[in-house]
Design a protein around this ligand. Structure first.
Ligand SMILES: Cc1cc2nc3c(=O)[nH]c(=O)nc-3n(C[C@H](O)[C@H](O)[C@H](O)COP(=O)(O)OP(=O)(O)OC[C@H]3O[C@@H](n4cnc5c(N)ncnc54)[C@H](O)[C@@H]3O)c2cc1C
Length: 456
């Protein structure tokens, strides 16, 4: 096994999509990169609905074939049920050349990490970063603990990219991590065996049909209580189901008796349609996990000698399946900024400013798109930034986000953008369909006569 070097050009903290992307791109540019991850991959992680934006990065990262060969389940689009209204959209309507996917994230992330390694990144797993030393450029370094040997060490470096996800190493150390007061929620998720699923057109299919090319699944989401929601996405072997609960629903969920598994199964049973899809299914043993209050704001994104990428920079409600796409974007941009700064150190501040403004604009657009309607404590700051991101030349990725907001009943959040610049498209009715009903496995109309599910 290689020993951890004492110095390098760049240390990347974390081997999720953001860290692997940043490290891979920097290695491709000829820099010496050390990536440390406290876990051993493949490691469990949630976030399995992957938007088709991914493919352009896959090509650049040299993992296209590995992803194709893995044979993740391809999806047709999205379908939502909010307040009894059924809406669907098809990804191919947005000009993407390749479909989105439902992936097993442990496998997906491992492919990305091994891809970075092939490009020359020195990867060390089960090595936890304990502290970063940023004050003095001549002594910039990362302190770590090797979890296997128990040995502590330090790597001197010119730059640090923090892609440590929710652990947010730098933001916590420098105490600028700020939780998002508008997105206080709890999420509980688990995996089911043998669940039925929904395809484009609203047809319900049995689990075994999921590979049929004309019966590709959609990512299915339904409204839950005040502003929560429930996801249902079928994968290769299992189906991922999650409840995202606002404070009221979370309080009811917590007050319910029994184990986490029991409360989760009861909560899911109260979600119309999802409970039907799961009628023949069974909750996989030890598969239920919970997380709370994990949305936070991008207070700082970079500084002298360091950049944040992926969840380490900010996070919102995952309702638009944008987390992994943002990780690729920020990882890619962090690599670009670090490389440019190493090449022209006298311009480093300019590259930081550029990174900060590009990332901040995009994060604001994603934040607005994920907020419950009528809520934004940071509207004065968010809207002008989001407008800049939305004013970019129209492209399929942006168009998709604006339509997703329709499907998840968060469209009013965009009205102000439209009022600021009426070239931002507000009316997307041509890009999604409303269905009168779903179609049951036997071909008969499947009506939803229950209200949106609640935990009570
Ligand atoms: C409930 C939920 C549902 C979601 N659904 C979706 C979805 O459907 N689609 C989507 O695109 N996104 C989704 N997301 C978001 C997505 O999962 C994240 O945005 C994505 O994983 C972020 O990637 P990352 O590389 O920034 O961090 P991560 O993937 O979290 O990777 C961070 C890595 O850093 C390592 N690390 C942490 N601390 C240290 C340390 N001190 N030293 C060394 N290593 C460290 C960890 O071991 C980990 O491997 C969801 C998120 C949640 C919470």
């Amino acid at each position: 096994m290689n020993t951890i070097p004492q110095s390098t050009d760049v240390v990347v903290i974390g081997g999720g999509p953001a860290g692997s992307t940043a490290a891979n791109m920097l290695a491709q540019k000829g820099y010496e990169v050390v990536l440390l991850d406290q876990a051993r991959h493949p490691r469990p992680v949630v976030g399995e609905s992957i938007l088709p934006h991914f493919w352009k990065y896959a090509e650049q990262l040299g993992v296209l074939e590995d992803i194709e060969n893995e044979g993740f389940l391809l999806k047709a689009g999205g379908l939502t049920i909010w307040n009894g209204e059924i809406r669907q959209m098809k990804l191919s309507d947005f000009g993407f050349e390749r479909p989105g996917m439902h992936v097993e994230r442990d496998v997906f992330d491992n492919i990305l990490l091994r891809g970075a390694e092939r490009k020359g990144v020195q990867v060390f797993e089960e090595v936890k970063v304990r502290e970063v030393h940023l004050d003095d450029a001549a002594n910039r370094a990362v302190s770590y603990m090797d979890k296997n040997s128990g040995e502590a060490g330090q790597i001197a470096c010119k730059y640090i990219v923090d892609a440590s996800g929710q652990a947010a190493v730098i933001a916590n150390q420098l105490k600028f991590r700020e939780f998002d007061p508008d997105l206080r929620f709890m999420c509980v998720w688990g995996y089911y065996e043998n669940s039925d699923y929904i395809g484009y057109g609203g047809q319900i299919y049995p689990f075994e049909d999921r590979w049929h090319k004309d019966r590709r699944p959609v990512t299915f989401a339904s409204g839950l209580g005040d502003w929560g929601w429930c996801w249902h996405l079928v994968q290769k072997d299992l189906t991922s189901v999650g409840l995202v609960m606002g404070p009221k629903e979370a309080a009811k969920f917590k007050a319910g008796g029994g184990s986490l598994e029991e409360r989760f199964a009861r909560g899911v049973a109260r979600v119309p349609v999802t409970s039907k899809l799961l009628e023949a299914g069974a909750l996989a043993p030890d598969s239920v996990r919970a997380i709370r209050d994990f949305a936070y704001r991008p207070t700082q994104l970079c500084g002298d000698g360091w950049y944040l990428a992926g969840d380490a920079s900010a996070f919102v409600d995952p309702i638009n399946s944008a987390g992994v796409a943002v990780s690729f974007y920020t990882g890619y941009l962090a690599a670009w900024s670090v490389a440019a700064s190493l090449e022209k150190p006298e311009r480093a501040e300019y590259y930081r400013t550029l990174f900060d403004s590009l990332v901040r604009q995009r994060l604001s657009l994603y934040r607005i798109s994920a907020l419950p309607e009528g809520v934004n404590s940071y509207a004065e700051e968010d809207y002008p930034l989001a407008l800049q991101a939305a004013q970019f030349e129209k492209n399929s990725e942006q168009e998709l986000l604006l339509v997703q907001v329709y499907l998840t009943h968060r469209r009013e959040n965009l009205r102000r953008l439209y009022e600021m610049d009426n070239r931002i498209k507000y009316d997307h009715t041509d890009r999604y369909d409303t269905l009168p009903h779903l179609i049951g496995p036997d071909g008969s109309p499947f009506h939803i006569d229950e209200p949106d599910g609640v935990m009570a």
